[in-house]
Design a protein around this ligand. Sequence first.
Ligand SMILES: NC(=O)c1ccc[n+]([C@@H]2O[C@H](COP(=O)([O-])OP(=O)(O)OC[C@H]3O[C@@H](n4cnc5c(N)ncnc54)[C@H](OP(=O)(O)O)[C@@H]3O)[C@@H](O)[C@H]2O)c1
Length: 246
Amino acid sequence: MSTLSGKVALVTGGSRGIGAAVALRLASEGAAVALTYVQAADQAREVAEKIEAEGGRAVAVQADLTRPDAAQRMVEQTVRELGRLDILVNNAGFLTYGPLADVTTEELDRVLAVDVRSVFLSAQAAARHMEDGGRIISIGSCFNGRVPGENFVLQATAKSALIGLTKGLARELGPRGITATLVDPGPIDTDMNPATGDSADFQRSLTALGHYGQAEDIAAAVSYLAGPGGRYITGTALAVDGGYTT
Ligand SMILES: NC(=O)c1ccc[n+]([C@@H]2O[C@H](COP(=O)([O-])OP(=O)(O)OC[C@H]3O[C@@H](n4cnc5c(N)ncnc54)[C@H](OP(=O)(O)O)[C@@H]3O)[C@@H](O)[C@H]2O)c1
C-alpha cells in the first residue's frame, strides 16, 4: 500500500514549480490532492489531470492568498470536495528583490500577506478540520539562515517569520499528534529563479554542491515529512539547499 493512501493534501501554489512537484509527489504516494493557483488555471488543471491520469484524485482550487478570506475558503473547499484534510503544504509565494529604500508599504503588506499572514490563516483553518496525526509543512527559504548580500531584506523578513510560526504551531498542535515543519530551499530551478537567470552563477557559487536544485528535490523532502518517517519531526526546519547555509 502507498504510504499516503487515504490521506488528503492541500498544496498552495500547486500550479507551477515547487508546488506542482509537491502535488505530483504526494499524489504518487497515494494522497488525494487539492492544489491552488491564482492565474495559472491551465497549468493547475494540467497538474490535476496528470494526477488523475495516473489513477489519483485531484482538484484545482483558485485562491489568491493576498485576500484574507482565501485561506479559509480553500481549506473548506478541500474538505468539501475531498472529504477530509491530513496534510497542508504552504508553498505559494513570489520573489521580491530590491533595496530597503525602495520597499513601499504596499509591497511590504503584499509580501507579508502571502508569505506570512496566509500561512498563519491557512494553518488556523486547517487545524479546525485536520485529522489527528496531520502535517503542516511550510516552504521557507535559505534566507532563513543566511542573507548573503543586499536586496533580500524583505524576502528574509517574511520567510524568517515562519520559524516562529512553525514552532508555535508545533507546540499548540503537538498534543493532537499534528506536526509543523519548515522546508528551506536553496536555489531551485523554477520560473521564480531560473538556473539561467542573471544572478544564477552567483547563487550557484554560494552552494557547497555548486549547482541549482530541482523542484523534485524539495518535493522529496516534503514527502518524507508528510509520511510515516516525519511523525517525530516537529517545530524544526530542514534545509534542502545544496549547502547554501553551510
Ligand atoms: N525557486 C527558488 O529558488 C526558491 C528558493 C527559496 C524559496 N522558494 C519558495 O518556494 C515557494 C515556491 O516557489 P517556486 O520557485 O516554485 O515559485 P513559482 O514557480 O514562481 O510558483 C509560485 C506559485 O505560487 C503561486 N502564487 C503566487 N502568488 C500567489 C498568491 N498571491 N496567492 C496564492 N498563490 C500565489 C503561483 O500561482 P499562479 O501561477 O497561479 O499565479 C504559483 O503556483 C515559494 O514560497 C518561494 O518563496 C523558492
